[in-house]
Design a protein around this ligand. Sequence first.
Ligand code: HEC
Length: 155
Amino acid sequence: MKTFIKYSIITLLIFISFTSCKKEKEVITIIETVRTEETTNDSRVSLKLNDMQKQHQLSNMRSHLEAVQTLITLIANDEFDKASKVAYSQLGSTTEMKLMCASFGNKKFENMGLNFHKDADQLSEILKTKDKTKSLQALSKTMNSCISCHATFRQ
Ligand code: HEC
């Protein structure tokens, strides 16, 4: 009887360790499948940036997002002159922005970036007219450039 209990416990332990190990393997397989799908489904062109470029680009992008939020607030409050300055200095064709677009070594990316900054220059000019509808239309056009670049490129 004693040996029966002993063997039962051993069998139970083996069974538990086997099933838990199986579960672990299943989880690992699921994670690997998701990872592969993530990379293969992303058909955007990689800019193959190094770590420093990545950080620099993302912080620049976060500033762009902040600039758009500031612009919406300023337009809502009829502060068009301020908005015009923000549009040019934060999103427009400044020397810094042009150099940044050229620094990633991809001509198509550079052109998309430069067109985006040109849209922002136009936005800056339209804001000077203090026409809310036209200003919002120009902001929308500028933001289309954000969308099309994001759909085309990744880091
Ligand atoms: C010429 C290309 C281009 C344009 C134009 C562009 N972006 Fe980006 N942006 C990128 C790339 C590339 C990434 C990295 C995406 C990735 O690797 O998944 C990015 C990432 C971002 C991120 C993520 C930041 C983070 O810290 O994770 C934000 C936010 C962003 N962009 C906002 C904007 C906004 C807002 C605009 C327009 C006002 C804009 N971008 C215009 C190329 C662009």
